[in-house]
Each structure stands twice: as structure tokens, then as C-alpha cells.
Design a protein around this ligand. Structure first.
Ligand code: SAM
Ligand code: SF4
Length: 360
């Protein structure tokens, strides 16, 4: 079999000259404002999900980052403060698997001092052990990924032989610790786990009297360059809603806030709600308010980017807080990307940074 070598994204970072940020709402070239920051705290993971870190790529020649190249907690917290100063009010820790980074609760404690909501996306494998400490440190909410309730299907998708029961234990421990409502992300890949859609909805329906659990069905995306994405593998959200609604009728609910990526639907019988994320069939680039900070301190304005903007060099060269803020502002102000709006089978073959590196 031909070996696929994933490009190390660090090879392609660039600095931009920073005009002075004058304050006021920070808008990009399409009028989008910056409100969310996703921070990838590690590019490593204990799973090898087939759509994210296929084993044949990530267990062969892939170059993971060295410890000295990744941002320290102190560096992340300093940058996060700069982002909050520019209008960010929501920070999500992700990866790779964020809970494999040692003492993550220490970082959460530092970030909790900022005027922003702090959330985390995890595969749930280590959540039962860490939920209480994370809550105590100031984490507001968690999102847990779970692609099927069928053990054989789930083990095959995570490719680490990890059982469903352990993830459910993590989800329930997190909810009991006060980290709810817990969102449960299921990436749907046709022919692989689409038979699990209705079971997933059924399992969380009516559980927890205050809608503590919200399953969200995500269209399989062409992130990175290694998952061999094909449009035929995508199950459109409209089909997901149709399949669930055929069993328990659903109606649409308005967004919680402008720019929310999940479209919300609730059961007519009052048994809670689901979400669908349609980044392939209904691009939401025009309302995207997200900036991403990679594990080694590169800034990305798009999940599908081919290169980032090096912030770590500036940070480690002794830059002042104002200089950091100006650099970040300049990157956002120049932003013009809208990848999902122009996606085709052809663009999906572009060399893009891996999701485990940039932060999902
Ligand atoms: C990259 S993961 C990082 C956090 C954590 N390891 C986890 O799995 O939740 C973040 C989210 O991206 C989703 N994801 C990864 N690859 C994807 C793809 N190709 N298409 C759609 N979603 C994807 C995962 O299922 C997960 O919900
Ligand atoms: S989706 Fe999350 S758990 Fe799965 S391989 Fe990617 S980073 Fe790991």
C-alpha cells in the first residue's frame, strides 16, 4: 500500500505586519467579528478515529510536536487574555485529546480568571477521572464525542478498541459534576455509523429532566489531507432530521446566540432537543466568529486552512501585551476565507492542516 505522509503544518506558518489596533469591534474583510477562540492543547490523542487520525498515517511517519515546541500553560493563558481583550467571550479547549495533556485543570484555573466562558471538547475516555477537578478549576461545560452506541461500531471507529460504556460513564460523571448540559457529538459517516443515528437520539431523549444531554449529529468533513474524504460518505443533516423525526416528530428552535453552528431541533413531545451541524451541505462561513490557536502557537482563521500565522515567535521574543494584541487583530482584520462555501470534491484534495493539530 502506498504510504501517505501528512505534511507537518509547522512548515507553513507566516507572520503579518501588524497595524496598531485602535479598539472597537474587530471585523474581518467580510464584516465577521471575533468572539470564539479554540485552543488546541495537544496534537496527540489516545484514539485513532478513522475520520481524524487514521492509524496508517499517524502511527507511521507523522511528526508529532516536541514538548519544547508547544505552548506552556502560562503562554496560552497570556495569549487568551489578549484575545479576551479583543472581544473573545468563549474559549474552547480541544486537540488532539485535551485530557491527555497532564494537569489540564491547572490551565483551566488560569483561564477561569478571564471574562469568558470556558468549555472543553473531549473523546470522554479520561473524563470520569477528571470531571470533578475540571469543574472545581472553573470549567463551565463539556462536549463529548461518541460516534455510536453499538460497541463494535464504536471500537472500529475509534480504532483504539475503546468501549462505549466508558465514554457514557464520563458523560454521566461530567453531568453530575455540574458540567452540563453535556453535548454529545456524533460524526456521521455513511455506511459506517449512520445506522446508529436513531439509537443515539433515543438513548438521550428524555434523560435528565432539564435536558442535560444534547446529541449533535455532525456532517463528516474533509478536514486535513489524510482521511480520504468523499462527498458520498456525507450524510446530509436534512436526512438525519428526517430519520429521527419519522420516529419522534421534531420542530426547529431558534439559535441560542448569533453565529451558533448547530441548528437546534426539539421533540414535539417535550423529550428534549438535538442539534445538527451541516458544515458541508449548509456552509456557515458568513457567520463564523472563530479563531483557532494551534498547539505550537500558530493562529488559524479557518479549520480548512493550509497555513497559519506564527504567534509563538513573537511571544517568545519578548513582545508586549499591546504587540500581541495588535498582531492578533491584524490577522483577524485580514481574514477573507470561506472554504466551506466554495468546497468541491476537487478542493477537498488540497493540502490542509490536520484537525488534530489545529484543534477540532
Ligand atoms: C478533533 S476532535 C478534538 C477533541 C476530542 N479529541 C474529541 O474527539 O472530542 C473535535 C471534534 O471534531 C470532530 N471531528 C474530527 N474529525 C472530523 C471530521 N472529519 N468531520 C467532522 N467532524 C470531525 C470529532 O468527532 C470531535 O467531535
Ligand atoms: S476525533 Fe478526537 S478522539 Fe478522535 S482521533 Fe481525533 S482528536 Fe482523537
Amino acid at each position: 500500500m502506498k504510504k501517505v505522509i501528512a505534511l507537518h503544518p509547522a512548515a507553513a506558518t507566516a507572520r503579518v505586519a501588524a497595524p496598531v489596533f485602535q479598539g472597537g469591534p474587530l471585523a474581518d474583510t467580510r464584516g465577521r467579528t471575533m468572539h470564539d477562540l479554540r485552543i488546541s492543547v495537544t496534537d496527540r490523542c489516545n484514539f485513532r478515529c478513522v475520520y481524524c487520525m487514521p492509524r496508517e498515517v499517524f502511527d507511521s511517519n507523522y511528526r508529532f510536536l516536541r514538548h519544547e515546541d508547544i505552548l506552556s500553560f502560562e503562554e496560552i493563558a497570556r495569549l487568551a487574555r489578549a484575545f479576551v481583550g479583543l472581544g473573545v467571550n468563549k474559549i474552547r479547549l480541544t486537540g488532539g485529546e485535551p485530557l491527555v495533556r497532564r494537569n489540564l485543570d491547572r490551565l483551566v484555573e488560569m483561564l477561569a480568571e478571564l471574562d469568558a466562558e470556558i468549555t472543553l471538547t473531549t473523546n470522554g475516555s479520561l473524563l470520569a477521572k477528571q470531571a470533578a477537578a475540571l469543574k472545581k478549576a472553573g470549567l463551565d461545560r463539556v462536549t463529548v464525542s461518541l460516534d455510536s452506541l453499538d460497541d463494535a461500531t464504536f471500537r472500529k471507529m475509534n480504532d483504539a478498541d475503546f468501549p462505549v460504556a466508558k465514554v457514557i460513564e464520563g458523560i454521566e460523571t461530567a453531568a453530575a459534576a455540574g458540567l452540563g448540559p453535556v453535548k454529545i457529538n456524533m460524526v456521521v459517516k455513511r455506511g459506517v455509523n449512520d445506522q446508529s443515528i436513531v439509537d443515539m437520539a433515543e438513548y438521550w431523549r428524555g434523560k435528565g429532566h432539564t435536558h442535560l444531554f444534547i446529541p449533535r449529529f455532525i456532517e463528516y468533513m474533509d478536514v486535513g489531507s489524510t482521511n480520504g474524504w468523499r462527498m458520498d460518505d456525507v450524510v446530509p443533516s436534512a436526512e438525519v432530521v428526517r430519520r429521527i423525526s419519522a420516529r419522534w416528530p421534531l420542530e426547529p428552535v431558534g439559535a441560542n446566540y448569533p453565529g451558533e453552528v448547530a441548528e437546534r431541533w426539539r421533540y414535539l413531545d417535550g423529550a428534549g432537543e438535538i442539534g445538527v451541524i451541516s458544515s458541508v451541505t449548509q456552509a456557515f462561513c458568513s457567520s463564523c466568529t472563530r479563531m483557532r490557536l494551534s498547539t505550537e502557537g500558530s493562529l488559524f482563521t479557518c479549520l480548512f486552512a493550509q497555513s497559519g500565522h506564527d504567534l509563538k515567535s513573537l511571544l517568545r521574543s519578548g513582545a508586549s501585551d499591546d504587540e500581541l494584541r495588535n498582531e492578533i487583530a491584524a490577522v483577524w482584520q485580514r481574514r477573507a476565507d470561506r472554504y466551506s462555501e466554495i468546497r468541491t470534491e476537487f478542493t477537498s484534495k488540497n493540502k490542509k492542516v490536520e484537525m488534530s493539530y489545529i484543534g477540532g
